[in-house]
Design a protein around this ligand. Structure first.
Ligand code: TIU
Length: 220
């Protein structure tokens, strides 16, 4: 067992029944010309999470933990994209349209791929998801059950969208979630701060918040 210094209180967990999940660190969200930019965001704001994610991956791999990388995106024929999602966004380009990194948020396109700094290693789980949450219409619950996973270290983007949705889904399914504060990021610094507060408030209503230094030192 290890103990992680966290808010609202220290968490003890077993690395053997814990997984690191890195959410949507894709070119479409972190590089110019992708989905994030299409929505009018300054994508450079997400880059602060890259080095903390690299540090987490290094210690999780050394500890032999299950590592999962998720990607948000859709089938090329858009049959898994809800019309309400496709219709949203006021810009000239939308999901499925051709951008500088290929068709926006479409599986197999360059923009849908992971950023090179955080590319998965062979054997790590790559989980394609059509929604913001990582459990919705994916086999994540089965993968975690098969490995006896009970606790999740959560990193990636964006704090208040796909990270929060995944943590809420996981919390209701009985997983202990530790959101790694500097390994998640948002296009909106205020949303990032408040989203983290929302996790650990009320005695840890959705889980715990710890920084990557605390997580890495506990795991090393
Ligand atoms: N727009 C935004 O903040 N996020 C997303 O659309 N997806 C994820 O958070 N991955």
């Amino acid at each position: 067992m290890i103990e992680i210094t966290a808010k609202p209180y220290p968490l003890r967990l077993d690395p053997a029944s814990s997984a690191l999940i890195v959410i949507d660190m894709q070119r479409d969200f972190l590089e110019p010309g992708g989905f994030g930019a299409m929505l009018g965001n300054d994508v450079s704001l997400l880059r602060s999470a890259i080095v903390p994610c690299q540090r987490l991956l290094e210690v999780a791999r050394k500890a032999g933990m299950l590592v999962i990388h998720t990607r948000e995106g859709h089938r090329p024929d858009l049959s898994d994209a809800p019309p309400a999602k496709l219709a949203r966004g006021k810009g000239p380009t939308r999901i499925g349209d051709l951008g500088p990194m290929g068709r926006i948020l479409i599986r197999g396109e360059p923009g849908h791929d992971f950023i090179p700094e955080l590319y998965p290693l062979p054997g790590e789980v790559v989980l394609d998801k059509p929604g913001k949450g990582s459990f919705c219409q994916t086999d994540l619950a089965l993968i975690l059950a098969n490995r006896g996973i009970r606790s999740l270290l959560v990193a990636g983007v964006t704090t208040e969208v796909c990270v929060h949705t995944t943590v809420r889904e996981a919390n209701d399914r009985g997983f202990e979630c530790v959101v790694v504060s500097d390994a998640v990021a948002s296009y909106f610094p205020e949303f990032h701060r408040v989203a983290l507060d929302m996790i650990s408030a009320q005695g840890g209503i959705f889980g715990w918040v710890a920084d990557s230094t605390a997580v890495c030192s506990a795991l090393t």
